[in-house]
Design a protein around this ligand. Sequence first.
Ligand code: MLT
Length: 240
Amino acid sequence: MRVELEFTAKDANRAVERKDLVIVIDALRSGTSIVHALGNHAKKIIPTLSLKDAYDIHRKHPEYLLAGERRGQKPKGFNLGNSPLEFTEEKVKGKTLVITTTSGTAALINSQKAKWVFVGSFLNAETVARTAEETASKEEGNISFVLAGEKGRFSLEDSLCAGAIMNELTIDGIVMSDSARMALLAYRMAKTDLIDNVLQGQHAKHLMNLGFKQDVIFSCRINIFKIAPVYKYGRITVQG
Ligand code: MLT
């Protein structure tokens, strides 16, 4: 099995063209928010590229919760921002959420033509690794990580998170691209001081300036949810 890594949301098409199983990563913060919401029993999550698409869906379904950010902040009229800590069981259990964020939801939507798209984060690293390798093995396919990145550029925390998931892969005979191997090696270097290392990243610093340090700390928690969210037919759910 081959494991590849694409650095930004706009590179997702390469993974789709290769017909790989895709794991989308936006560790800070939308991927973590999505995993936390589904871990707290949200029914489904619909990602959108634009605010307009989110408002349009909400107009038709006012019972859905609008979530996300622009410039890190909750947009006007939204129920929830993009702080993973906001997605508590009390707020999201049984609900459908519509989420739009700067780069994370673009990475998802750009990957949606892949047969399998999973949402990965530090929170569910082991389960998403296990589910992805089992699914890809069954189909004799390969795995691509698509990182959201930060406004079209490489981001430290997304590659460390991809490395954390690769670190949980157990099958023999994996062949890694250089970018994938770099992420794995970087995670192994960083993991003992994961929070401190993630806090050194540009996006983490930006989030800290906005007062979101606790989001960064929470996003670094490893394997607290045993779920592998799947993005299919325009929505993200937990199967089973
Ligand atoms: C994004 O999608 O660009 C991020 O989730 C932004 C954020 O941290 O709110």
